[in-house]
Design a protein around this ligand. Structure first.
Ligand SMILES: Cc1ncc(COP(=O)(O)O)c(C=O)c1O
Length: 344
Protein backbone atom coordinates (compact mmCIF):
# COMPACT_ATOMS: atom_id res chain seq x y z
CA UNK A 1 0.00 0.00 0.00
CA UNK A 2 1.47 3.34 -1.03
CA UNK A 3 0.80 6.17 1.41
CA UNK A 4 1.50 9.61 -0.07
CA UNK A 5 5.02 10.66 1.02
CA UNK A 6 3.82 13.86 2.70
CA UNK A 7 1.24 11.95 4.78
CA UNK A 8 3.71 9.23 5.79
CA UNK A 9 6.22 11.90 6.83
CA UNK A 10 3.87 14.01 8.96
CA UNK A 11 3.25 13.55 12.67
CA UNK A 12 -0.45 14.55 12.61
CA UNK A 13 -2.19 17.18 14.70
CA UNK A 14 -2.54 16.34 18.39
CA UNK A 15 -5.64 18.04 19.80
CA UNK A 16 -5.74 19.24 23.41
CA UNK A 17 -6.40 16.45 25.89
CA UNK A 18 -10.11 15.65 26.43
CA UNK A 19 -10.24 13.67 29.69
CA UNK A 20 -13.48 11.76 30.12
CA UNK A 21 -13.48 11.88 33.92
CA UNK A 22 -15.76 14.57 35.37
CA UNK A 23 -13.54 15.40 38.33
CA UNK A 24 -10.96 17.33 36.30
CA UNK A 25 -11.09 21.13 36.09
CA UNK A 26 -10.60 21.60 32.39
CA UNK A 27 -8.73 24.79 31.46
CA UNK A 28 -6.80 23.44 28.47
CA UNK A 29 -8.88 23.90 25.28
CA UNK A 30 -10.61 27.27 25.76
CA UNK A 31 -14.14 25.92 26.08
CA UNK A 32 -16.73 28.08 27.80
CA UNK A 33 -17.37 27.39 31.49
CA UNK A 34 -21.01 28.40 30.93
CA UNK A 35 -23.80 26.62 29.02
CA UNK A 36 -24.97 27.74 25.59
CA UNK A 37 -27.99 30.03 25.19
CA UNK A 38 -31.33 28.49 26.32
CA UNK A 39 -32.52 29.11 22.74
CA UNK A 40 -30.03 26.42 21.61
CA UNK A 41 -31.68 23.75 23.75
CA UNK A 42 -35.11 24.69 22.42
CA UNK A 43 -33.86 24.55 18.83
CA UNK A 44 -32.29 21.11 19.32
CA UNK A 45 -35.48 19.89 20.99
CA UNK A 46 -37.49 21.03 17.97
CA UNK A 47 -35.19 19.05 15.66
CA UNK A 48 -35.40 15.93 17.80
CA UNK A 49 -39.20 15.97 18.03
CA UNK A 50 -39.71 16.89 14.36
CA UNK A 51 -39.18 14.88 11.21
CA UNK A 52 -35.80 16.20 10.10
CA UNK A 53 -33.40 13.50 11.38
CA UNK A 54 -34.65 11.17 8.65
CA UNK A 55 -33.60 13.55 5.88
CA UNK A 56 -30.34 15.08 4.71
CA UNK A 57 -29.63 18.58 5.96
CA UNK A 58 -29.72 21.72 3.83
CA UNK A 59 -26.29 21.42 2.10
CA UNK A 60 -25.49 25.12 2.44
CA UNK A 61 -27.28 25.82 5.75
CA UNK A 62 -29.55 28.59 4.40
CA UNK A 63 -31.21 29.27 7.76
CA UNK A 64 -27.84 29.78 9.45
CA UNK A 65 -26.53 31.93 6.58
CA UNK A 66 -29.56 34.21 6.90
CA UNK A 67 -29.22 34.44 10.69
CA UNK A 68 -25.47 35.13 10.58
CA UNK A 69 -25.86 37.67 7.76
CA UNK A 70 -28.37 39.66 9.82
CA UNK A 71 -26.10 39.68 12.85
CA UNK A 72 -22.93 40.58 10.90
CA UNK A 73 -24.49 43.05 8.46
CA UNK A 74 -23.39 41.12 5.34
CA UNK A 75 -25.24 39.15 2.63
CA UNK A 76 -26.20 35.48 3.25
CA UNK A 77 -24.16 34.38 0.22
CA UNK A 78 -21.05 35.76 1.97
CA UNK A 79 -21.37 33.10 4.71
CA UNK A 80 -20.31 29.46 4.62
CA UNK A 81 -21.10 27.16 7.57
CA UNK A 82 -18.63 24.42 8.48
CA UNK A 83 -18.10 21.47 10.79
CA UNK A 84 -16.06 23.58 13.21
CA UNK A 85 -13.76 26.30 11.93
CA UNK A 86 -11.10 23.62 11.34
CA UNK A 87 -13.35 22.35 8.53
CA UNK A 88 -13.34 25.82 6.97
CA UNK A 89 -9.56 26.16 7.30
CA UNK A 90 -9.29 22.82 5.47
CA UNK A 91 -11.72 23.86 2.71
CA UNK A 92 -9.89 27.16 2.20
CA UNK A 93 -6.48 25.44 2.06
CA UNK A 94 -7.74 22.91 -0.48
CA UNK A 95 -9.20 25.72 -2.58
CA UNK A 96 -6.07 27.88 -2.78
CA UNK A 97 -2.92 25.87 -2.11
CA UNK A 98 -1.59 23.56 -4.84
CA UNK A 99 0.77 20.68 -4.12
CA UNK A 100 4.20 22.27 -3.70
CA UNK A 101 2.56 25.66 -3.05
CA UNK A 102 3.25 27.91 -0.07
CA UNK A 103 1.14 28.35 3.05
CA UNK A 104 2.20 30.94 5.65
CA UNK A 105 1.24 31.76 9.22
CA UNK A 106 2.83 33.65 12.09
CA UNK A 107 4.49 31.77 14.92
CA UNK A 108 3.87 30.99 17.72
CA UNK A 109 0.25 30.52 16.71
CA UNK A 110 -2.34 27.84 15.93
CA UNK A 111 -0.47 24.59 15.28
CA UNK A 112 -3.05 23.12 12.89
CA UNK A 113 -1.98 25.40 10.00
CA UNK A 114 1.23 23.41 9.63
CA UNK A 115 -0.71 20.16 9.37
CA UNK A 116 -2.98 21.61 6.71
CA UNK A 117 0.09 22.47 4.64
CA UNK A 118 1.54 19.00 5.19
CA UNK A 119 -1.66 17.23 4.13
CA UNK A 120 -1.78 19.39 1.02
CA UNK A 121 1.85 18.53 0.18
CA UNK A 122 2.62 22.24 0.36
CA UNK A 123 5.54 24.18 1.83
CA UNK A 124 4.95 25.93 5.13
CA UNK A 125 6.69 29.11 6.29
CA UNK A 126 6.26 30.62 9.73
CA UNK A 127 6.76 34.34 10.27
CA UNK A 128 7.90 34.99 13.84
CA UNK A 129 6.10 37.48 16.04
CA UNK A 130 8.49 39.89 17.76
CA UNK A 131 8.76 40.08 21.56
CA UNK A 132 5.72 42.41 21.69
CA UNK A 133 3.67 39.98 19.59
CA UNK A 134 3.80 42.27 16.55
CA UNK A 135 4.41 41.17 12.94
CA UNK A 136 7.13 42.50 10.63
CA UNK A 137 5.94 45.62 8.80
CA UNK A 138 7.74 44.51 5.66
CA UNK A 139 6.09 41.12 4.99
CA UNK A 140 8.66 38.47 3.96
CA UNK A 141 6.34 36.16 1.96
CA UNK A 142 4.18 38.34 -0.30
CA UNK A 143 3.76 35.56 -2.88
CA UNK A 144 2.29 32.89 -0.59
CA UNK A 145 -0.66 30.95 -2.00
CA UNK A 146 -2.45 31.43 1.32
CA UNK A 147 -1.69 33.29 4.55
CA UNK A 148 -3.40 32.61 7.88
CA UNK A 149 -3.33 35.15 10.70
CA UNK A 150 -5.27 34.31 13.86
CA UNK A 151 -6.56 37.47 15.50
CA UNK A 152 -6.63 37.47 18.47
CA UNK A 153 -3.73 35.05 18.40
CA UNK A 154 -3.37 31.77 20.26
CA UNK A 155 -1.44 31.06 22.48
CA UNK A 156 -0.59 34.71 23.22
CA UNK A 157 -4.12 36.15 23.34
CA UNK A 158 -2.76 39.29 21.71
CA UNK A 159 -4.57 41.41 19.15
CA UNK A 160 -3.53 43.18 15.92
CA UNK A 161 -5.28 46.37 14.80
CA UNK A 162 -7.05 46.75 11.45
CA UNK A 163 -4.10 48.84 10.29
CA UNK A 164 -1.61 46.08 11.15
CA UNK A 165 -3.76 43.50 9.34
CA UNK A 166 -4.24 45.80 6.35
CA UNK A 167 -0.49 46.36 6.16
CA UNK A 168 0.09 42.61 5.67
CA UNK A 169 -2.93 42.22 3.39
CA UNK A 170 -1.81 45.03 1.06
CA UNK A 171 1.54 43.27 0.48
CA UNK A 172 0.05 39.88 -0.41
CA UNK A 173 -0.66 38.68 -3.91
CA UNK A 174 -2.63 35.71 -2.50
CA UNK A 175 -5.55 35.55 -0.05
CA UNK A 176 -5.43 36.42 3.65
CA UNK A 177 -7.49 34.45 6.17
CA UNK A 178 -8.10 36.17 9.49
CA UNK A 179 -8.93 33.38 11.93
CA UNK A 180 -11.27 35.03 14.44
CA UNK A 181 -11.83 32.05 16.74
CA UNK A 182 -11.58 34.31 19.81
CA UNK A 183 -12.88 37.61 18.43
CA UNK A 184 -15.94 37.81 20.69
CA UNK A 185 -13.56 38.52 23.57
CA UNK A 186 -11.70 41.24 21.64
CA UNK A 187 -12.36 44.98 21.19
CA UNK A 188 -12.95 44.82 17.42
CA UNK A 189 -13.58 42.35 14.60
CA UNK A 190 -12.30 42.39 11.03
CA UNK A 191 -15.64 42.17 9.18
CA UNK A 192 -14.93 45.55 7.48
CA UNK A 193 -11.82 43.94 5.91
CA UNK A 194 -13.98 41.38 4.09
CA UNK A 195 -15.09 44.20 1.76
CA UNK A 196 -11.36 44.64 1.02
CA UNK A 197 -10.95 40.96 0.07
CA UNK A 198 -9.98 39.30 3.37
CA UNK A 199 -11.54 35.98 4.41
CA UNK A 200 -12.69 35.52 8.00
CA UNK A 201 -13.24 32.27 9.86
CA UNK A 202 -15.14 31.99 13.14
CA UNK A 203 -16.04 29.23 15.55
CA UNK A 204 -18.98 28.62 17.88
CA UNK A 205 -16.74 26.40 20.05
CA UNK A 206 -15.51 29.11 22.40
CA UNK A 207 -17.72 32.17 23.07
CA UNK A 208 -20.95 30.34 22.12
CA UNK A 209 -20.12 27.32 24.30
CA UNK A 210 -20.79 24.85 21.47
CA UNK A 211 -17.49 22.95 21.10
CA UNK A 212 -19.46 19.70 21.38
CA UNK A 213 -21.57 20.22 18.28
CA UNK A 214 -18.70 21.34 15.99
CA UNK A 215 -19.71 24.47 14.17
CA UNK A 216 -17.90 27.37 12.55
CA UNK A 217 -18.40 29.66 9.58
CA UNK A 218 -16.45 31.66 7.02
CA UNK A 219 -17.24 35.18 5.84
CA UNK A 220 -15.90 36.18 2.44
CA UNK A 221 -16.82 37.68 -0.89
CA UNK A 222 -19.73 35.70 -2.41
CA UNK A 223 -17.56 34.67 -5.40
CA UNK A 224 -15.06 33.00 -3.05
CA UNK A 225 -17.80 31.30 -1.04
CA UNK A 226 -19.09 29.90 -4.35
CA UNK A 227 -15.67 28.27 -4.91
CA UNK A 228 -15.50 26.93 -1.32
CA UNK A 229 -18.89 25.25 -1.78
CA UNK A 230 -17.40 23.18 -4.61
CA UNK A 231 -14.65 21.92 -2.29
CA UNK A 232 -16.58 21.16 0.91
CA UNK A 233 -18.29 17.87 1.76
CA UNK A 234 -21.82 17.95 0.36
CA UNK A 235 -23.40 17.87 3.82
CA UNK A 236 -20.67 19.24 6.07
CA UNK A 237 -23.09 20.34 8.82
CA UNK A 238 -25.87 18.20 10.26
CA UNK A 239 -29.44 19.22 11.09
CA UNK A 240 -28.80 19.40 14.84
CA UNK A 241 -25.74 21.63 14.60
CA UNK A 242 -27.34 23.90 11.99
CA UNK A 243 -30.41 24.44 14.19
CA UNK A 244 -28.31 24.96 17.32
CA UNK A 245 -25.93 27.39 15.61
CA UNK A 246 -28.76 29.43 14.07
CA UNK A 247 -30.41 29.83 17.49
CA UNK A 248 -27.06 30.63 19.16
CA UNK A 249 -26.01 33.37 16.76
CA UNK A 250 -29.39 35.09 16.98
CA UNK A 251 -29.09 35.36 20.78
CA UNK A 252 -26.47 38.12 20.84
CA UNK A 253 -27.65 39.41 24.25
CA UNK A 254 -26.78 36.08 25.83
CA UNK A 255 -23.44 35.95 24.00
CA UNK A 256 -22.49 39.42 25.27
CA UNK A 257 -23.47 38.64 28.85
CA UNK A 258 -21.38 35.44 28.90
CA UNK A 259 -18.36 37.06 27.21
CA UNK A 260 -18.50 40.03 29.62
CA UNK A 261 -18.54 37.64 32.56
CA UNK A 262 -15.55 35.71 31.18
CA UNK A 263 -13.66 38.96 30.53
CA UNK A 264 -14.29 40.05 34.15
CA UNK A 265 -12.93 36.74 35.40
CA UNK A 266 -9.95 37.11 33.05
CA UNK A 267 -9.07 40.53 34.50
CA UNK A 268 -9.26 39.18 38.04
CA UNK A 269 -7.28 36.02 37.17
CA UNK A 270 -4.55 38.06 35.48
CA UNK A 271 -4.08 40.14 38.65
CA UNK A 272 -4.01 37.04 40.85
CA UNK A 273 -1.50 35.24 38.62
CA UNK A 274 0.76 38.31 38.63
CA UNK A 275 0.58 38.43 42.43
CA UNK A 276 1.78 34.81 42.41
CA UNK A 277 4.86 35.72 40.36
CA UNK A 278 3.59 35.01 36.82
CA UNK A 279 4.34 37.16 33.80
CA UNK A 280 1.03 37.32 31.98
CA UNK A 281 0.63 38.52 28.38
CA UNK A 282 -2.29 41.00 28.10
CA UNK A 283 -5.13 38.98 26.59
CA UNK A 284 -8.10 39.73 24.34
CA UNK A 285 -9.38 36.15 24.50
CA UNK A 286 -10.78 33.63 26.98
CA UNK A 287 -7.31 32.42 28.00
CA UNK A 288 -4.06 33.72 29.46
CA UNK A 289 -0.53 32.98 28.26
CA UNK A 290 1.91 33.03 31.16
CA UNK A 291 5.32 32.12 32.54
CA UNK A 292 6.41 32.00 36.14
CA UNK A 293 9.39 34.11 37.24
CA UNK A 294 11.05 31.27 39.16
CA UNK A 295 9.51 27.93 38.21
CA UNK A 296 9.53 26.31 34.74
CA UNK A 297 6.22 25.83 32.97
CA UNK A 298 6.26 22.02 32.67
CA UNK A 299 6.57 21.26 36.41
CA UNK A 300 3.75 23.74 37.11
CA UNK A 301 1.61 21.93 34.53
CA UNK A 302 2.46 18.60 36.19
CA UNK A 303 1.66 19.81 39.71
CA UNK A 304 -1.68 21.27 38.58
CA UNK A 305 -2.49 17.99 36.86
CA UNK A 306 -1.86 16.12 40.11
CA UNK A 307 -4.43 18.49 41.64
CA UNK A 308 -6.83 17.57 38.84
CA UNK A 309 -6.52 20.91 37.09
CA UNK A 310 -5.70 20.64 33.41
CA UNK A 311 -4.08 23.62 31.66
CA UNK A 312 -2.21 23.62 28.33
CA UNK A 313 1.58 23.30 28.36
CA UNK A 314 2.91 24.53 25.03
CA UNK A 315 6.45 24.24 23.78
CA UNK A 316 7.42 26.20 20.68
CA UNK A 317 11.03 25.01 20.48
CA UNK A 318 13.36 27.95 19.99
CA UNK A 319 10.51 30.34 20.91
CA UNK A 320 10.31 28.76 24.36
CA UNK A 321 7.42 27.28 26.27
CA UNK A 322 4.63 28.47 28.53
CA UNK A 323 1.24 27.76 30.01
CA UNK A 324 -2.00 28.65 28.27
CA UNK A 325 -4.76 28.78 30.85
CA UNK A 326 -8.40 28.94 29.71
CA UNK A 327 -10.68 31.17 31.75
CA UNK A 328 -13.05 28.94 33.72
CA UNK A 329 -15.85 29.87 36.09
CA UNK A 330 -14.95 32.00 39.13
CA UNK A 331 -15.05 28.87 41.27
CA UNK A 332 -12.69 26.99 38.92
CA UNK A 333 -10.25 29.92 38.84
CA UNK A 334 -10.33 30.06 42.67
CA UNK A 335 -9.41 26.36 42.73
CA UNK A 336 -6.55 27.06 40.31
CA UNK A 337 -5.18 29.91 42.45
CA UNK A 338 -5.42 27.85 45.64
CA UNK A 339 -3.53 25.00 44.02
CA UNK A 340 -0.83 27.35 42.66
CA UNK A 341 -0.46 29.08 46.06
CA UNK A 342 0.14 25.70 47.69
CA UNK A 343 3.24 24.83 45.71
CA UNK A 344 4.75 28.05 44.39
C1 LIG B 1 -6.95 29.95 16.50
C2 LIG B 1 -7.93 28.82 16.38
N1 LIG B 1 -8.58 28.62 15.22
C3 LIG B 1 -9.46 27.64 15.07
C4 LIG B 1 -9.75 26.76 16.09
C5 LIG B 1 -10.69 25.61 15.83
O1 LIG B 1 -11.96 25.81 16.27
P1 LIG B 1 -13.10 24.75 15.98
O2 LIG B 1 -13.44 24.11 17.28
O3 LIG B 1 -14.25 25.55 15.45
O4 LIG B 1 -12.62 23.79 14.95
C6 LIG B 1 -9.11 26.91 17.32
C7 LIG B 1 -9.38 25.96 18.41
O5 LIG B 1 -8.74 25.84 19.38
C8 LIG B 1 -8.18 27.97 17.47
O6 LIG B 1 -7.51 28.13 18.62
Amino acid sequence: MKIRDNIAAMAGYVPGEQPRSQDMIKLNTNESPYPPSPAVFEAIQRVLTGDSLRKYPDPIGSEFRKAAATVLGVEPDMILPGNGSDDLLTIITRTFVPEGGLLVSPTPSYILYKNLAEIQGARFTQIPFDLDWKLPTSWPTPDADLTFIPNPNSPSGTFLSHEELRNVHRQLSGPLVIDEAYVDFAPKNAIPLVREGAIITRTLSKSYALAGIRFGYAVADAKLIHEFIKVKDSYNCDVVSLAAASAAILDQDYLRSVCDKIIDTRHRSEKELKALGFQVTPSHTNFLWCHHERMAAKPIYDRLREDKILVRYMNYGSFGDGLRISIGSDHEMDRLMTSLRNFL
